[in-house]
Design a protein around this ligand. Sequence first.
Ligand code: SF4
Ligand code: SF4
Ligand code: SF4
Length: 170
Amino acid sequence: MSDSQVNLSRRQFFTRRDTLDKPALPWLKEAHFTDLCTQCGDCIKQCPTQIIRPGDGGFPRVDFHIDECTFCYQCAQACPEPLFLPQSEPAWQTKAIIKDSCLAYQNVDCRSCGDSCEPFAIRFKLAVGKVAQPHIDLSSCTGCGACVSVCPTSAIVVTYSEQEGANVTE
Ligand code: SF4
Ligand code: SF4
Ligand code: SF4
């Protein structure tokens, strides 16, 4: 098989649902990502929080377990391809969700995620017989990922899928 055949089959394999249940890059025109991204790595080099890493198939992808997105737009500016929306558009279409492994759900007091959330999208509500329980206001969540790396049980993911977690407040 030639290199171009390998590249084509790899691009076809990494379709939207395969690669983008989790966010790839901010302001990304996702429909064109695997067709137009040359995997040059320029976005990776520019990210000040170093959250962009080579992901599935070698395509760049943010990893919020490392740090947060600061909305600096440097990845988009570095990209030589027409892959990014203007900075005036919302950076992320994804939202944070909290999974069952959250310490507060096990009745252990923890507010690390709430303390890290600048737009105050995570609110802790008192509950009878339990420690305060976190709820995410999806309309306030920017998808920045700041809450992910601070969670001691890795209970928070930023995702397109609302099925993965339940404890959100619309
Ligand atoms: S906008 Fe800035 S912080 Fe966010 S992923 Fe791009 S380069 Fe990194
Ligand atoms: S700078 Fe653009 S083309 Fe290069 S790896 Fe990043 S998204 Fe792909
Ligand atoms: S992703 Fe950012 S805005 Fe959304 S809940 Fe987490 S810290 Fe808050």
